[in-house]
Design a protein around this ligand. Structure first.
Ligand code: CUA
Length: 166
């Protein structure tokens, strides 16, 4: 009778692999639940040819859900601009971005934040963020989309809550 022989070096590396897998699983949990790292989601579908007829998209921009606390921002990307190009939100409020494309694939990244999503025609990217500090946050297209790619950017102005809406 002989049991399955596993070389002791191989046994050691099997153990190390198992430990690494367990460590990665724990780290994903920590990133997702403790640190709040979010994976951007493409959660809705939308017809890119009918954005102007869609009440959600025909007038993109900032929508106040709960004054001072909760806002939604609709942004349309197209070659080579974002609509709107500038938005204003109050500091300290939870802002949920909905981003889609009217034509080809673009990107949406807000500098100095973890907001970053591919913008794919037909789909809506959804991201949330709370800007704690007033200031200017530039957003840019991160997918090469042709000649005007480098000029495709916009600005989020985060103002102190008492100045918002004035
Ligand atoms: Cu749009 Cu690059």
């Amino acid at each position: 009778m002989s049991s399955l022989h596993i070389d002791r070096h191989e046994k050691r590396w099997i153990t190390i692999s198992m430990v690494l897998l367990a460590a990665f699983a724990v780290l994903i949990g920590v990133a997702g639940f403790a640190l709040g790292v979010q994976v951007p989601t493409l959660e809705q579908k939308v017809d890119p040819a009918k954005l102007d007829q869609d009440p959600k998209w025909s007038n993109p921009g900032v929508r106040e859900i709960v004054p001072g606390k909760k806002y939604e921002v609709y942004i349309i990307a197209q070659t080579w601009q974002f609509t709107p190009r500038e938005i204003v939100v109050p500091a300290g409020a939870k802002v949920t971005f909905y981003v889609t494309s009217r034509d080809i694939q673009h990107g949406f990244k807000v500098l100095n934040t973890d907001l970053n999503v591919q913008v794919i025609p037909g789909y809506v990217g959804k991201l949330s963020y709370t800007f704690d500090q007033p200031g200017e946050y530039k957003f840019i297209c991160t997918e090469y989309c042709g000649l005007g790619h480098a000029a495709m950017f916009g600005m989020i102005k985060v103002v102190p809550p008492e100045e918002f809406g004035q």
